[in-house]
Design a protein around this ligand. Sequence first.
Ligand SMILES: *[C@@H]1O[C@H](CO)[C@@H](O)[C@H](O)[C@H]1NC(C)=O
Ligand SMILES: *[C@@H]1O[C@H](CO)[C@@H](O)[C@H](O)[C@H]1NC(C)=O
Ligand SMILES: *[C@@H]1O[C@H](CO)[C@@H](O)[C@H](O)[C@H]1NC(C)=O
Ligand SMILES: *[C@@H]1O[C@H](CO)[C@@H](O)[C@H](O)[C@H]1NC(C)=O
Ligand SMILES: *[C@@H]1O[C@H](CO)[C@@H](O)[C@H](O)[C@H]1NC(C)=O
Ligand SMILES: *[C@@H]1O[C@H](CO)[C@@H](O)[C@H](O)[C@H]1NC(C)=O
Ligand SMILES: *[C@@H]1O[C@H](CO)[C@@H](O)[C@H](O)[C@H]1NC(C)=O
Ligand SMILES: *[C@@H]1O[C@H](CO)[C@@H](O)[C@H](O)[C@H]1NC(C)=O
Ligand SMILES: *[C@@H]1O[C@H](CO)[C@@H](O)[C@H](O)[C@H]1NC(C)=O
Ligand SMILES: *[C@@H]1O[C@H](CO)[C@@H](O)[C@H](O)[C@H]1NC(C)=O
Ligand SMILES: *[C@@H]1O[C@H](CO)[C@@H](O)[C@H](O)[C@H]1NC(C)=O
Ligand SMILES: *[C@@H]1O[C@H](CO)[C@@H](O)[C@H](O)[C@H]1NC(C)=O
Length: 851
Amino acid sequence: MERRQNLTPFRARIGWQQPPCRFFFFILTFCMVQLFGTLLVRAQFQEGFISIDCGLVGGSDYGDHDNGLQYTGDSRYIDTGENKNVSENRFARRYGTLRSFPNGTRNCYRLSPVQSGNKYLIRAIFTYGNYDGKNSSPTFDLHIGVNFWTTVTIGSDPDLVSEIITVSRGNVIQVCLVNTGKGTPFISVLLLRPLDVMYPFANASQSLDMYRRSNYGAERELRYPDDPYDRIWTNVTEDFLLLNTTSEVDVKEDDAFRVPSKVLQTAVSDTRTDYNMTIQAVRGSPGERIYVVMHFAELLKLNSPNESRQMDIKGLDGNVRLFENYSPPYLRVDHIEIANVALDASGSYNVSIYASSSSTCSFTINALESFIVRPMNESETDDHDVSAIEDIKRAFKLSRNWEADPCSPRNYTWQGVSCNYSGDSGPARIISLDLSSSNLDGPIPTSIGNLTALVTLDLSNNNLTGPVPDILGELQSLQLLNLSRNEAIGAIPQNLCEKMFKGAISLSIYGDPKQCESLKSNKRKKIIITIIIVSQINKTRMLGRVQEEMTMLGKEKYQIGKGGFGTVYLGNLNDGTNVAVKVLSSSSLQGSKEFEAEVLLLGRVHHKNLVCLLGYCADSRHLSLVYEYMDNKTLKDHLSGIHDASLLNWNQRVNIALQSAQGLDYLHNGCQPPIIHRDIKSSNILLNCELVAKLADFGLSRTFNTDSATHITTRFGGTPGYLAPEYFQNDIINQKGDVYSFGIVLLEIITGQPLYQNSMEKTHIVKWIHSKVQNGDINNIIDPKLQGDFDINMAWKVVEIAMSCTSTTLEERMTMTDVMVQLKECLDSFIQSSNGTFVFGSATPTILLCG
Ligand SMILES: *[C@@H]1O[C@H](CO)[C@@H](O)[C@H](O)[C@H]1NC(C)=O
Ligand SMILES: *[C@@H]1O[C@H](CO)[C@@H](O)[C@H](O)[C@H]1NC(C)=O
Ligand SMILES: *[C@@H]1O[C@H](CO)[C@@H](O)[C@H](O)[C@H]1NC(C)=O
Ligand SMILES: *[C@@H]1O[C@H](CO)[C@@H](O)[C@H](O)[C@H]1NC(C)=O
Ligand SMILES: *[C@@H]1O[C@H](CO)[C@@H](O)[C@H](O)[C@H]1NC(C)=O
Ligand SMILES: *[C@@H]1O[C@H](CO)[C@@H](O)[C@H](O)[C@H]1NC(C)=O
Ligand SMILES: *[C@@H]1O[C@H](CO)[C@@H](O)[C@H](O)[C@H]1NC(C)=O
Ligand SMILES: *[C@@H]1O[C@H](CO)[C@@H](O)[C@H](O)[C@H]1NC(C)=O
Ligand SMILES: *[C@@H]1O[C@H](CO)[C@@H](O)[C@H](O)[C@H]1NC(C)=O
Ligand SMILES: *[C@@H]1O[C@H](CO)[C@@H](O)[C@H](O)[C@H]1NC(C)=O
Ligand SMILES: *[C@@H]1O[C@H](CO)[C@@H](O)[C@H](O)[C@H]1NC(C)=O
Ligand SMILES: *[C@@H]1O[C@H](CO)[C@@H](O)[C@H](O)[C@H]1NC(C)=O
């Protein structure tokens, strides 16, 4: 920040006395040749300049009369903010418009092209001109990329200038206006000038925020084209004795500052040797580091040994002696630097120059530049991360504080973004992205996969659609992916599933991880879902919506065949209770009131021989129903001897048949309206830890196979082998269909045979039993695994019941009530005949979660 030039405190020159040295006064004259030369320089050096007239409507370039600089509009460097005109009309054209930034915390100009690693001077000019009619004095910050440059405080000055010398870290230099809550940032003019390798003290880790650039002894301000780098050398004369020369001052090609000779050709001095000159070099905040460079050249031809100029230079209120007996070289530039000094509590640093005791001439100085050193130690975000997150921002049309660099400065890290800062050396990396509950819709942009350092990604509770991009599975560091509560999220890619099974990633999804099914693994996968409870242990409690978390432990194999409604998983509730979670493959009723009503209805169907529906998970594409967990798996497993299930004895078998019949009878006759199961089969009869049989999947075909729009019951396939013959003829679906299927189950129970005999003809079990019955040998019918351990009378009775149930004519088929009564009689008579010693299972129905 350049403060208007005032050298304070500095000593007023008292009178004009006999000069100790001879002064040469020259009149500078311009000749045509010099002017021509200047024009050439102009054309040559404007290369690489960026001169932006901020807020200029359109991109129209124009030349500035004063110094031939070519100004352009700013639309190609920034796309935020609003164009404004200053209301006061007294400014040069470039100050007549500005861009103000009422929205956003950080708005950045992107200056390019620049060369990475090259040094640039950047100058920003602020002409308030009461553009907003508020007569306000906003205060805001400027950043160079991710690093603090300065605080701009608009005061009474008509125009405020900030200038910094900085090294570009990339192919773009960002100049950001940062709203610090003290008014709307704005900018009038923004300039960039290449500085070659000058100012070695400015490097990649520190920039120089200009405080002063003084040209002593000059009567006019000097800048471009006199200074091809367009530095502005402010004329300082005040009460000094002015020195000037027409002789060129020698400045080498490789000089570190390349001060124009014209600047060096003037200087100030005093008539007396006992007076010092004190310059307030820098004012800032205590602790800030400063950098001062003084440019000297002796303009007078001194006749030694009689005439001499030696100076002492002191810093910090004249207390610290920096240089002694310093003599500037004649007509050749020399520099004295003050570096690595921090401002003390006073906040200012003064430089005093005075003639050494032996000197015959007073002090002199030609030019001075002073700066506050700005550390550039915030690490910018990795380029690839930036381009990926910018793409994500575009894709999701995010508006938050997502401006400028995502990770830096740390105080301005983007909301929802967390970064890993590796220090000065490497760039910052985005390691976490939380976009949960952000009203996002549409597909997940694949550019998320370019955030290669990502460890956690939370996209939960949005309206995302479409497939989950494969590339997420390729993120090496990703450990947590939360896609839950996105109603219509699509398929989970294989590679993610694999990682999940390997335990490399914790995947939270809402719905059916269908794509993961084909992969076999014993590893746990953890899926947190929200269950809406429709049944309670305590029936007197109101049915309500209780949120419970459930952890999927792994896939359970209950019944998997054609006509099923989905996959069953083992889960457990927060209180540790095991539950079975059926993830429905049909979703036509998803989210509808109708679905909810049906589930609530099913939740009210309670019978000791029906699997209790505890709740459901709403809002997912693939709905889930939560049932009580049945320890002993399916009847089918026990009959076929898989899962190491112990072989059921005859009495257990008949009892299971009876209990199943009771459950089905309740559906047919105890429910209003009656429920037709439509998928009775041995794999739909589940056994609890006490071997009590319960029917599963009741009500599903009616509820979930209905097209919600038309209410027409679509033809439901059921399970081949269990379907009644009339079903194939005319699609009749009634209770008698369930009776037929039950008969098939009974045959399975009795015979232990598969539905189709494993022969060329594929004889169905009904045909098979008919042929065996005709032979009249019960031992050829009953499961040989029982090794004859059964009651023959009871066996014949049960075979009879099964035959009746599987009759092709509906009239010959008994009702479930008949089946139930006859099976019960059968068992009762056996229990009587065995004088009460037979004890099976538990007399009372087992209550797990619902009664
Ligand atoms: C700033 O935000 C307001 C309100 O959100 C909006 O109307 C206006 O268009 C925005 N201006 C710019 C320049 O984005
Ligand atoms: C600023 O002034 C120019 C003409 O001088 C005019 O075209 C433009 O619309 C003005 N802009 C605003 C924001 O008033
Ligand atoms: C920049 O200069 C400072 C002071 O001379 C020095 O300590 C630092 O290491 C330099 N940084 C680089 C990146 O050269
Ligand atoms: C500095 O030069 C400008 C013209 O460039 C002039 O208007 C101003 O009065 C001068 N100031 C001093 C202190 O000489
Ligand atoms: C040089 O000094 C003389 C005497 O003070 C003055 O008249 C003249 O304008 C100065 N020239 C320049 C270019 O400053
Ligand atoms: C410079 O001169 C002023 C005024 O005489 C005096 O107050 C101050 O102490 C001097 N500074 C030094 C470093 O001698
Ligand atoms: C993502 O990375 C690929 C491959 O490196 C690249 O082609 C693509 O442009 C990147 N996309 C974004 C938005 O960064
Ligand atoms: C960053 O935040 C810390 C703590 O909130 C604060 O002390 C510091 O001043 C802030 N830095 C900037 C540059 O705002
Ligand atoms: C999904 O979109 C609907 C309307 O389009 C909206 O009401 C709902 O709040 C959104 N849900 C989320 C989680 O953003
Ligand atoms: C069932 O819940 C009701 C209401 O919360 C309560 O009063 C009653 O004591 C509960 N009964 C049992 C057996 O927990
Ligand atoms: C039934 O389940 C219980 C508890 O899991 C177990 O102890 C028992 O062995 C199981 N019985 C059969 C027949 O699998
Ligand atoms: C009846 O019970 C008694 C003792 O409980 C037993 O000794 C007898 O064998 C039983 N009779 C039959 C037919 O099982």
